[in-house]
Design a protein around this ligand. Structure first.
Ligand code: G1P
Length: 357
């Protein structure tokens, strides 16, 4: 079994954060989303991974993952070039996959329980593909599976107007190499893409059985800022957070506070977990960092009240006021011009921005 990790796409729904970098590198609990997928592969015993690169962020992704050795896996890079759809991306992995079965994992998806169950369930039978499903409230926004009373998959439809069920295809699939012929025969969908959902439907029509597996733990497609914040909450809730940095005597910490060794919470600051604070970051006097916040490396926070937010890194936030439910891009600075901002501000701030409130 091999792994194919999709890291292309434009990240349009995460703009302005993704104007400059790939969406798969946005951090959740101070770890890029893509790393969670690599760890899931490793945990499922899959160590040969092909990473499909689009136009955006090729260098950053290769700088982060390298040859995979730091994760105990072996990474091969494959360039997709133009984003012509998930099935096109999968098709680019044909030579890499050869005659093996493979898991395809969308690099901007993150899930609690990993992919081991999905892989084991596929391997226990004789299937053309295996799909992971979860019930959603907005089935028109996903690929949807219809199943009969015995749980057998009978039809797959991409973003249906009139969904037969609310069982969404989530971003992890297992395929036999038969999928490549199905991909070769696809026509672009209404959105101009080669849809992986259509490739699985064509396997079904060719008589292959499709294994389905309903995932009960949480799953997030981190396509939008609110999804990043929610994934951040879910991961912080479960991550082991340790306080390795310096907490000054007159600072207050409460709950689980992850503090990197070189990070500091100064006198007069209050940090209430679960919170993750990365390397070289300083929380200065008069600052409150509230639950479900992840503050990246090389950040200075002063006088600010911030909660339920992600600050990616290399920023100075010196506004006297409240920032809530916000996503602040790398190297973005936020300061206030005139006194207190009593109301909570919800911000999505792009990389290298200067914001005066
Ligand atoms: C893609 C797939 C869709 C799937 C979803 C999961 O949608 O086309 O079938 O349900 O990922 O995140 P997209 O993110 O391209 O809209």
């Amino acid at each position: 079994m091999k792994g194919v990790l999709l890291s292309g796409g434009t990240g349009s729904r995460l703009r302005p954060i993704t104007h400059t970098g790939p969406k798969q590198l946005v951090p959740v609990a101070n770890k890029p989303v893509l790393e969670y997928a690599v760890e899931d592969f490793k945990a499922a015993g899959i160590t040969e991974i092909g990473v499909i690169l689009g136009h955006k962020g090729r260098d950053e992704i290769q700088d982060l993952l390298g040859d995979g050795s730091k994760y105990g896996v072996d990474i091969t890079y494959i360039v997709q070039g133009n984003p012509l759809g998930l099935a096109h991306a999968a098709g680019c992995a044909r030579d890499f996959v050869g005659d093996d079965d493979f898991v395809m994992y969308l690099g901007d998806n993150i899930l609690k329980s990993g992919i081991t169950d999905l892989v084991e369930s596929f391997e226990a039978g004789d299937y053309g593909a295996g799909i992971a499903l979860q019930r959603v409230d907005d089935p028109q926004a996903f690929g949807i599976a219809d199943v009969d009373e015995n749980g057998n998959v009978t039809e797959l439809i991409e973003k249906p107007d009139d969904p037969p069920t609310n069982l969404a295809l989530i971003g992890m699939y297992v395929f036999s190499p038969a999928v490549f012929d199905a991909i070769d025969n696809l026509e672009p969908s209404w959105r101009g893409e080669l849809e992986i959902t259509d490739a699985i439907q064509s396997l079904l029509e060719d008589g292959y059985e499709i294994d389905s597996h309903v995932v009960t733990g949480w799953w997030k497609d981190t396509g939008k800022p609110e999804d990043i914040l929610e994934a951040n909450r879910l991961v912080l809730e479960e991550t082991n957070l340790t306080t390795d940095g310096t907490v000054a005597e007159d600072a207050t910490t409460d709950g689980r506070v992850g503090l990197a060794e070189s990070a500091t919470i100064e006198d007069g600051a209050v940090v209430r977990g679960p919170v993750s604070i990365a390397e070289n970051t300083t929380v200065k006097s008069g600052t409150y960092v509230g639950p479900y916040s992840s503050i990246g490396a090389n950040v200075t926070l002063s006088n600010i009240h911030i909660e339920n937010s992600v600050v990616i890194g290399d920023s100075e936030i010196t506004a006297s006021g409240r920032i809530v439910d916000s996503l602040i891009g790398r190297s973005a600075n936020v300061e206030s011009t005139d006194g207190l901002l009593p109301e909570g501000r919800r911000l999505v701030v792009g990389e290298n921005s200067q914001l005066k409130l």
